[in-house]
Structure formats: C-alpha cells, structure tokens
Design a protein around this ligand. Sequence first.
Ligand code: XMP
Length: 512
Amino acid sequence: TVLIIDFGSQVTQLIARRVREAGVYSEIVPFQSAEEGFQRLKPKAVILSGSPASTGDIDAPRAPQAIFEAGIPVLGICYGQMTMCVQMGGRAEPSTHREYGRAFIEIDKNCPLFEGIWPEGTRHQVWMSHGDRVIDMPEGFEIFARSPGAPYAVFGSEERRMYGIMFHPEVVHTPDGGKLLSNFVHRVAGLKGDWTMAAFREKAIADIRAQVGDGKVICGLSGGVDSSVAAVLIHEAIGDQLTCIFVDHGLLRMNEAEEVVSMFRDHYNIPLVHVQAQDTFIDALEGEMDPEVKRKTIGRLFIETFEAEAKKIGGADFLAQGTLYPDVIESVSFTGGPSVTIKSHHNVGGLPERMNMKLVEPLRELFKDEVRILGKELGLPDQFVGRQPFPGPGLAIRCPGGITRDKLRILREADAIYLEEIRKAGLYDAIWQAFAVLLPVQTVGVMGDGRTYEFVCALRAVTSVDGMTADFYPFDMDFLGAAATRIINEVKGINRVVYDVTSKPPGTIEWE
Ligand code: XMP
C-alpha cells in the first residue's frame, strides 16, 4: 500500500488514482488521522499532498514525524514538499511571489523519478500552484530540477529515497506527471504493479463472505452502475443469501425497469423483488411545484417503500450499498463552515440506522471508473457499465413544475429519441450526461395546415469530470436540427425544441 496524506488540496484524489493506475494500491487519509493510518496500513511508501495552508501558518499541518524516520520512500508534492523540508531540518517560508498555472522546469540532474521521461538538460511543462518557497534544503538533499520561479522545483536524496516536488504531477496539465508518479512507486519504492481488478474481485469476495457469514443481505437496486455492480459482486460471494429490491417509482426512462429486471433475473439469476410503486409516487407528486418538496417526497417514499418490502422478506441482517471511495474519503476542511444545500440529494442515507442493519459496502475503496472495470470483469454488458449517471429522483426533476402521467410519457419518448440520436452519432461516451427536459410551457406552432399548442422540450448535454462543474456540449447544428425534427414529428405533445447552453456553475446539470 501507498499511503497518501491529505493536507486539503483540491486534487488529492487524483494522486490516488495515478498510483492505482500504476498498479499499486493506495489509500488517502486526512493529515489529522495520519498517525493512525500509518500504523494501520504499514505503507511501503508515503506521498504528502498539496494544501491551501502555508508553512508559515501558526498551526501549519504536519505529517507524522515517524514517516521520515521509518526508512521508507516519501514523496512530497507542493505543500508536501514544504512540510517535508521543514520537518527534516530545512527551512521554508511564505513567498511574496506566488506561482500558479503552467510553468517550465529544467532538469539539472538525472534521478529515478525522471527515468524514461526527463533526461538531464531538458525542459518540460508542469503545473505549479504554490505560495511557499524553500530557503534551505534538509541535509544530504540536492537539486534535480529548477524553474525560474522555483529554484528547488525538485529536490531530494537518492540514498534516502525521498523527493520533494513543487509542481503537481497528478493533474493532466503536467503531461508526464502520471509517469513520474509511476516512477516513484516502481523505481524509487520498488513496488510491483500487481494491483488489478481481478485481484480486487478475489479479495472483495473473501471479505464479503467473512463479514456476512450465513447472514441475509438485501440490496436496493436503482438501475445505476454502482448498485448493480455491488449486487452482482455480493451475489458471486454469497449466492442466494442476497435478495435485491428494485423500487420502481415510475420516474425511470424508457424500458429501463424491464432492462434491469431482465438482466438481474434472467441473466444473473439473482433473486429480485420488483416493487411496482409507480402509483404511490406519482399520486403523491401530482400537482407539486416546489423542487425541494418533490425531492424530499421521493426520498421519503423510497425509504418507506423499501422498508416495507424488506420487512416482508424478513430477517435480513445486512444492507448492501454501492458507496464509492469519493463518498468515503473524509474531506479536509480548513474553513469549517457548513456548506449550503443546493439540492437535497436522493439516496438511501439514513436507512441503515432506521432499519437497524449492518452495512455491506464492497465498493468503498473504488473510484467510479474502477467500478466500471470491475463491472466488466463480472460480465456486465459494456453498454450497461458505460451508462451515464441518472439521478435518484429520475424524470421528476426533468419535468419542472407539477408532473402528470402524460407529461412523463411525453418526456420519456423525447428523451429516448434524443439518446438514440446521440448513440447513432457516436457521441454517447464523449458526453457526461445527456437528457431531455419537458418545460411547463406551451407555445404555438403550425403543423400541416393546423395550429398546434404544445409543450417545449429542452435538450441538455454536458461534459464533466466529476459532476461538480460542467460545460454544455458543443453539438453541431445539424445534429441538433435532426434530433429536434425527430422529436417534434414523433412525440405527440411537443412542438418546439430548444438547447440548453448553460455551464455549471452558474447552472446545475439537472433543472431542479
Ligand atoms: P446537479 O444537478 O446538482 O447534479 O448539477 C450533479 C450530478 O448529480 C446528479 N444528481 C443526483 N444523483 N441523486 C443522485 O443520485 C440525486 O438526487 C441527484 N441530483 C442530481 C446529476 O444527475 C448530476 O450527474
């Protein structure tokens, strides 16, 4: 294991990903619990992340001193370099000259970190973001690379296997950064790159068996990738001790419920309860205009429905969830203030306490793209594991204002045509999320010789890395024109189509 100590940089998760891409398992712990993490994981190497803090701060965060004395390789990135410097007897101070963004470094001396990428005497693009500077290096350290703004861009000691780098190798703006991190784990630390999804699968199955014993597990399926992969993995581990519950709230896309049910029942032979709760949800939502009330109603009904079904099955000890690593990592907060609720997200949080069940979360250590690889490993169809995210409240939040059964029908048909066109154009994988929205507005049109007065459909498509920020997708106009024509001709109830060109922020991806 490689231990990554998080000092609160925005991009710490990327370090973990790059290390795993190099085939070495890594875990992130916040600096406040680094001591405990270091004891527990007994890492073969440590990486110190960047930070918004400065070494000059009175309570500047520090790494456990023990890691510098354990004889293991350490890589300090950005702030990590500064704290490494100070904790090993060097000196660093806040700089008046801050450096952000693209910079070029010159390689002074070869070292294992640069093998195969950066030979002595060459110049390379990196991504800098720092406000501190080194004044004195720790004893025995030397300079390997410098930039005009950072005379100590890379320093270290080959003998002690410790390096500090001032730029961020984990971001894509440092083009060779992934290779540099892989050099650290393979060449500096001498770790084998044998962490694969097949190995993970074996270990996860053994862990599930050990945790569950002969207990009963229930799993709420949403039709999404995470809960599906979790369910298939758990079924492989414990067979029919697992029962899946699929609450069909009537807010799914075209054919979605049928696909999920047939995949689980027919293909995997996993016991599945298909709860037909469409009327419960839609009756409760009908006429409700407020987006937050809609979201909360769906959340509450979901929990009530799920709980009632679980009671019918009876005697389950465990609740399975598709929780992912980004949900688990404690975020390091320096501001400490509560963040504002933009939307109440629909999830099953709170269910385990309410139902007094223990949790099985076999995907807790994985990133989303790793879950997709595991899904393929488990034989889920490519089309399924590559699916774009779909929110828990489903079509309800794509139908602003009050929903009715007829509006849902119209939206479902338009959405299916739009996605079909996107797939046909080969754009599906280039887009983070694409969907239709049915506006609560009717406009006048002319079709044949007659006047029409029907709804407006908005199309949305965005690119994003994590859903936190997003850009609208720049379709060409021919594509949009063709999709719009099909929707207007084929869907009864829509006579006008518009395209949403809002990014996030200031917009959100969903309309409610
Ligand atoms: P927004 O609309 O906040 O969405 O920009 C960001 C991402 O989250 C998805 N989303 C949800 N996912 N339950 C979910 O599981 C929800 O209640 C929910 N609301 C939004 C949204 O589709 C996008 O990918």
